[in-house]
Design a protein. Structure first.
Ligand code: NAI
Length: 410
C-alpha cells in the first residue's frame, strides 16, 4: 500500500523496449527527471530488481508483467503499455494491487487505414502480380484485370476506429462503402450497414477486415465465407491473424475465385526478424504479404509515446484514470482544494461510508467527491478543504478493503 504526496522530481520512470523519445519529452516537460530508458525488454531477476524502484513502468509487447513480477513492484503507481495490446500484463493482478494500466488504443489507427487504402488500389490494379513478374525479368503490360477503385464497393467488416477511418478515406476516392458490425454503428458519410456478413460478402469488390480477436471472429472468413464473396474480388486482413482461415484462402486464390489479397497478420507469426515466415500464401504473386506492420509508422510510435506518457502523468498529478484498461475510469477536474485523497479499495459495501467518517471525525469539509466502481475495485477521489493529518491518513489506509491511498497537495 502506498500513501504519499510525491512530487514528479522524486518519481522514478523506467521505460523499457526503446520507447519513443516523445515519451521522455512528455515526462521531462512534466517535471520528471528520474527517467531510466532501456533499449530492450527485461525479464526475470533483472526486471524484478528494476521494477522494485519504479513508480512508473513503460513497456511494449515483449516485457511480461506477471503476478510474481508485480509482487515486487512496491512503489509502482501505474503501468504504461506503449502499444495497443495489454495481454503482456496480468491486468487482474495489477488491479488487485491498485495499479492502473494504460495503453494507446488509437495512436496507430490512421497508419493502418492508410496502408489498407493503398492496398485497395494496388489490388484492384493487379500491381502485386505485375511487380513480382517484373522482378523476375518479365513484362506484364496489359489492362486486363486492372480497375479503378472509383465506383467499386468496399465492404468493411468491423466498423470501429480503423474501419470508420477507412470508410471515410475510401469515399474520397469515389468508392461505395458497406459495413458489417455486430453493433448498430453510426454510418459516416454515405456508408451503409448491411443486415448480415453474408450480404456484405456478396456485394463487395474488396472486403477489408477490422474486427478484434474474439471467439466469434475466429475463422470468420472460412471456406464458406470466401465462397460467398464475388468472383474475382479481393480480401484484406490487417486485423488479427485468427480471423481468416489461411488454408481456405489459399484454396480460393488457387481456384481464382479470390482475385488477390493483402494480409498483414497471420495465425502463426515469426517471433523475430531472424525467423522464417512460413505460409501457404507465399506462392501467390497476387497476394501482398506484410509482417504485421499495419500500425507501424514513426508517426504512430511518436503518437503512442506522447499519448501513454500523458496518461501516466495525468494519473500521477490528478488521479484521473480515464481510459485505464483494468480500473474504474475517473475523469477528474482541476484540483482547487489543498488536498485530494485518492483511495483505491476492493468493491465491498461500506468503504465510502468509512472514508467519509474519517473526514467527519477530522472536522474536514469535503469540497467534491468522485466515485467510480468496477466489478472488483472502487476508486474514490475526495477534494478536502484542509491538509490531512497523519493520524487520519493512517486511518484511511487501514480501512478494511483498502488497496492504496495516495494524497495530492496543491
Ligand atoms: P475497434 O474496437 O475500434 O473496432 C472493432 C469493431 O469490430 C467494433 O466496432 C466492434 O463492434 C466490431 N466487432 C466486434 N466483433 C465483431 C463481430 N463478431 N462481427 C462484426 N463486427 C465485430 O478496433 P480497431 O482499433 O478498429 O482495431 C480493429 C482491429 O485491428 C483489431 O483486431 C486490432 O487488433 C487490429 N489492429 C491491427 C494493427 C496492425 O498492425 N495490423 C494495428 C492496430 C490494430
Amino acid at each position: 500500500m502506498i500513501s504519499e504526496a510525491l512530487r514528479p522530481a522524486a518519481l522514478n520512470c523506467l521505460l523499457l523496449e526503446g520507447i519513443h523519445a516523445s515519451a521522455v519529452s512528455a515526462f521531462e516537460a512534466g517535471g520528471y527527471c528520474r527517467i531510466d530508458t532501456r533499449p530492450a525488454a527485461l525479464a526475470g531477476e533483472d526486471l524484478m530488481e528494476a521494477i522494485a524502484e519504479a513508480h512508473f513502468i513503460g513497456i511494449r509487447s515483449r516485457t511480461r508483467l506477471s503476478d510474481a513480477i508485480l509482487a515486487r513492484a512496491d512503489k509502482l503507481l501505474a503501468i504504461g503499455c506503449f502499444c495497443i495490446g495489454t495481454n503482456q500484463v496480468d491486468l487482474e493482478a495489477a488491479a488487485r494491487r491498485g495499479i492502473p494500466v494504460f495503453n494507446a488504443p488509437f495512436s496507430n489507427t490512421r497508419s493502418v487505414a492508410e496502408l489498407v487504402l493503398a492496398e485497395i488500389i494496388m489490388l484492384l490494379r493487379g500491381i502485386p502480380e505485375k511487380n513480382a513478374v517484373q522482378h523476375r525479368g518479365g513484362w506484364m503490360k496489359s489492362a486486363s484485370n486492372s480497375y479503378e477503385v472509383r465506383g467499386k464497393t468496399l465492404g468493411i467488416v468491423g466498423y470501429g476506429h480503423i474501419g470508420t477511418q477507412i470508410g471515410v478515406l475510401a469515399e474520397q476516392l469515389g468508392m461505395t462503402v458497406l459495413f458489417h458490425d455486430i453493433e448498430n454503428q453510426l454510418a459516416l458519410g454515405n456508408a451503409r450497414q448491411t443486415g448480415s456478413l453474408a450480404a456484405l460478402l456478396g456485394a463487395a469488390d474488396v472486403v477489408s477486415l477490422h474486427v478484434p480477436e474474439t471467439p466469434a471472429t475466429r475463422n470468420m472468413i472460412d471456406g464458406a465465407a470466401l465462397a460467398r464473396m464475388k468472383p474475382g474480388s479481393h480480401l484484406i486482413n490487417a486485423s488479427r491473424g485468427t480471423v481468416v482461415d489461411i488454408e481456405a484462402l489459399a484454396a480460393a486464390l488457387e481456384s481464382g475465385h479470390i482475385g488477390g489479397a493483402a494480409i498483414d497478420v497471420f495465425p502463426l507469426e515469426p517471433s523475430g526478424n531472424n525467423d522464417d515466415f512460413v505460409s501457404p500464401l507465399r506462392r501467390f504473386d497476387n497476394v501482398i504479404l506484410t509482417p504485421h506492420i499495419g500500425g507501424s509508422t514513426l508517426e504512430a510510435q511518436a503518437s503512442i509515446g506522447g499519448e501513454v506518457a500523458t496518461k501516466l502523468i495525468r494519473y500521477a498529478n490528478t488521479g484521473a484514470t480515464l481510459s485505464a484498461v483494468n480500473f474504474p475510469e475517473l475523469s477528474l477536474p482541476h484540483q482547487r482544494s489543498p488536498t485530494r485523497v485518492l483511495h483505491v479499495h476492493r468493491n465491498v459495501p461500506g468503504v465510502l461510508a468509512h472514508i467519509n467518517d474519517v473526514f467527519s471525525d477530522a472536522g474536514i469539509n469535503i469540497a467534491a467527491q468522485y466515485l467510480q466502481t468496477g466489478a472488483q475495485l472502487g476508486y474514490v477521489a475526495t477534494d478536502i478543504e484542509a491538509e490531512l493529518d497523519a493520524t487520519y491518513l493512517e486511518r484511511l489506509r487501514t480501512i478494511t478493503g483498502t488497496l492504496r491511498c495516495r494524497i495530492l497537495t496543491t
